[in-house]
Ligand binder design. Structure first.
Ligand code: ATP
Length: 702
């Protein structure tokens, strides 16, 4: 029993009014006020509860307890709203109740707080509504162990105290809301700034995380973009330990899982499930998406919110924010949603730039290659030779060139396989695009994969920059895979996959890149034997061997030797600025009789040397000729020529001479500067010889 007198009440109201006017910090204010009130009513607890009717949530705004309340009950503010408080939400007047009287109307489970208070010896409870503008925004609540601390006559004083406190609480709430809005605006601004000034994705998203982390008590943040093919285009994750800042981390790596793992792939669907996941709902989410469950188990996540960034026909994106030891709720979801428009725009821009960047790099790369191509085109030698085996090869080249068929060029070293590959490309509809050459034998096996298919930055030690592979570079054009027989077995499997699927993935990349490339492969090994020996995959061999082209060695087309020799003599003289010198007949015979294990390349080197050392009228082969190979058996070639051999050789010489003259004359036979004039014979005679020797139209003759 504590009846207050009117002057006492007036003094108290005056005191509270002064405190509200002078004390800025709400907590300090309510502490001062409750201390003062306790002098009149020695209660055991004073609590200010605010309620949000829309969300049906209550929170403790201020608390002064003079007894120990179990931790789980302190946190059970929501259950207070859900049970006892709910029945009083519309109370406009002060309720003074005896706890023992109210309890029986609730089950122990419905009102655990009330039961506990009773068990703690509390006997009386006061609930005074806070109604600053007519609407109840919360309650002032007192509990006392005295059974009759308050009487009915105290209610008007309590109502007066409540209405003063209501104004202070309302101000504090408005201030808190303003502060929250300000913080959100600051976060939005900082995120905006990061999104549009930081170009590097990981750094940009890291800043976004830090900002989100200022308002949401989260430990993990995941950003996911899923492409139309259902694979991740962006799978970025950030984590922070208590007291630390966020850092990128890779849950897949930690779980030793590839992005293609079914567990990882099914979890792409999470982005389409926006909402708040805590308690039982979070457990359900973890059961449905095993990856989420595995991350929860490993890091002890207790709740998540999923925010959708966009859901378009070709792509979906979302944000996953998770907390440890906290129940993220609707409020956090609302805060996270604030950044959706900017983040979505920035990510879409990023993806568009990424694509543009990819195309730009490709174009740049292509341009470099084109320049190289053009440079090489200056040296581009027409395929010289008139022998029947070579003519047969060239016939097949013109058959296959216009198609997109894969070609396998086989032949000994130096037989002109690369020349043939260029000829095929240059006669194909892809001739305007690039021809990219990769020598599979020139790089250590570890680097060939990156050379062929490219890699992402950081995909292996030393991968400091993203690199586009030759296959991607050749998109729309032709790739020439030289020395294909040297390709390590495991890369043969990868190459086969690219040939079959027409798409590739860079090392460390998560994206599948479609490529349209024509493949020409070359080898100086017998691939069939390599297959039999288990060094070359049979399936790849069959795939490459769609159109085989076998280049005969020079010793099997000796007819070409003279014309090639003269072609190189002229070429190197021009290159070294030396006069063009003829080749003596006996030297030519010598050249034609050699085996040329290095084929045309070896012959070209030999002539090059002769051009360099020669001083007289004719080319000097005294030092240039390669030693005869030991395998050549003298018996196979009689020292003395038969007449028929001599005639055959003479014919071959005459033919080479005429071809050379025609070459110099640009294919013209008669007239000034024509081949006849150069050879100092009558044009008619030359025509008939051309005819007899079967020299064909290629030179404009006959
Ligand atoms: N028919 C030809 N006419 C003119 N030059 C030729 C001819 N065949 C080959 N060459 C020249 O010989 C050299 C070797 O040719 P190429 O590089 O095409 O041979 P390859 O078979 O690819 O050799 P490798 O297997 O060693 O790579 C080149 O300088 C090329 O221009």
């Amino acid at each position: 029993m504590n009846d207050t007198t009117l002057p006492e009440a007036l003094k108290l109201m005056q005191y509270i009014g002064d405190a509200i006017g002078t004390i800025r910090d709400p907590q300090e204010l309510f502490r001062t006020v409750t201390d003062k009130l306790r002098l009149i009513f020695p209660f055991d607890s004073a609590v200010i509860i605010t309620i949000d009717r829309e969300r049906r949530e209550a929170s403790v705004f201020f608390e002064m307890l003079r007894f120990e309340l179990p931790e789980h009950l302190r946190r059970q503010t929501r259950s207070i709203a859900g049970t006892w408080l709910e029945g009083h939400l519309d109370d406009r007047t002060v309720t003074v109740a005896a706890i023992a009287r109210d309890i029986p109307s609730f089950g122990q489970e419905d009102a655990p707080l009330l039961w506990t208070l009773h068990e703690l010896g509390m006997r009386q409870i006061v609930l005074s509504p806070l109604r600053p503008g007519g609407r109840v925004i919360g309650f002032l609540n007192f509990v006392s162990r005295e059974e009759e601390l308050w009487s009915e006559s105290d209610t008007s004083l309590l109502a007066g105290v409540s209405s003063s406190i209501a104004i202070a609480v309302s101000n504090a709430l408005a201030y808190e809301e303003l502060r929250q809005r300000e913080a959100e605006t600051a976060m939005q601004l900082a995120i905006n700034n990061a999104l549009f000034t930081i170009k590097e994705r990981s750094q940009m998203l890291l800043t976004v995380c830090e900002q989100i982390g200022t308002l949401i008590p989260c430990a993990f943040l995941g950003i996911r973009v899923v492409g139309g093919d259902g694979r991740y285009r962006i799978f970025d994750n950030f984590m922070r330990e208590p007291g630390r800042s966020f850092a990128p981390f890779s849950p897949l790596e930690q779980l030793e899982m590839s992005p293609d793992d079914p567990v990882a792939r099914e979890s792409v669907e999470v982005v389409s499930r926006p909402g708040v996941y805590s308690g039982e709902r979070f457990d359900e989410l973890c059961r449905e998406f095993r990856l989420v469950g595995m991350v929860r188990d490993r890091y002890g996540i207790s709740s998540s919110i999923v925010v959708q960034l966009w859901d378009l026909p070709g792509s979906r994106a979302g944000l996953i924010i998770s907390g440890i030891g906290v129940a993220l709720g609707e409020e956090e979801l609302a805060t996270a949603r604030l950044i959706v428009p900017q983040l979505a725009l920035a990510l879409q821009n990023y993806l568009a730039f990424d694509e543009i960047d990819r195309l730009r790099r490709k174009l740049e790369g292509e341009r470099t290659y084109l320049v190289e191509e053009i440079r090489e085109a200056h040296n581009f030698e027409e395929i010289v030779g008139q022998s029947t085996p070579l003519a047969e090869v060239l016939r097949r080249v013109s058959q296959v060139a216009p198609t997109d068929a894969t070609v396998l060029v086989e032949g000994e070293t130096g037989t002109g396989k690369e020349l043939v590959a260029r000829a095929i490309h240059n006669r194909s509809p892809r001739k305007e695009r690039v021809l990219v050459r990769v020598n599979c034998a020139a790089l250590p096996p570890a680097l060939i994969e990156s050379e062929l298919f490219g890699h992402e930055k950081g995909s292996f030690t030393g991968a400091t920059e993203r690199r586009i592979g030759k296959f991607e570079l050749a998109d729309g054009g032709t790739i020439f895979l030289d020395e294909i027989g040297e390709l390590p077995l495991e890369l043969q499997a990868k190459l086969l996959r690219v040939l079959q699927e027409k798409e590739l993935e860079r090392i460390g990349g998560r994206r599948v890149i479609p490529v349209d490339v024509r493949v020409i492969a070359a080898t100086n090994r017998d691939l069939e034997k390599e297959v039999a020996a288990g060094r070359f995959r049979e399936d790849l061999y069959f795939r490459l061997n769609a159109f085989p082209l076998a280049l005969p060695p020079l010793r099997e087309r000796r007819d070409d030797i003279a014309v090639l020799a003269m072609h190189f003599a002229r070429k190197f003289a021009r290159e070294f600025g030396k006069p063009e010198r003829a080749i003596r007949q006996r030297d030519m015979r010598e050249l034609a009789s050699r085996d040329w294990r290095g084929n045309v390349r070896e012959l070209s080197h030999c002539i090059e040397q002769a051009v360099i050392v020669s001083e007289g009228d004719t080319l000097d082969f005294s030092t240039a000729l390669p030693p005869r190979s030991e395998q050549r058996e003298p018996a196979a070639k009689p020292a003395i020529m038969t007449m028929a051999e001599f005639e055959e050789e003479a014919r071959s010489m005459e033919r080479a001479l005429i071809l050379d003259a025609l070459d110099r004359a640009g294919g013209r036979v008669s007239g000034q500067g024509g081949a006849a004039e150069q050879l100092k014979i009558n044009a008619k005679t030359l025509y008939s010889r051309i005819d007899k020797l079967g020299i064909r139209k290629r030179y404009g003759a006959g």
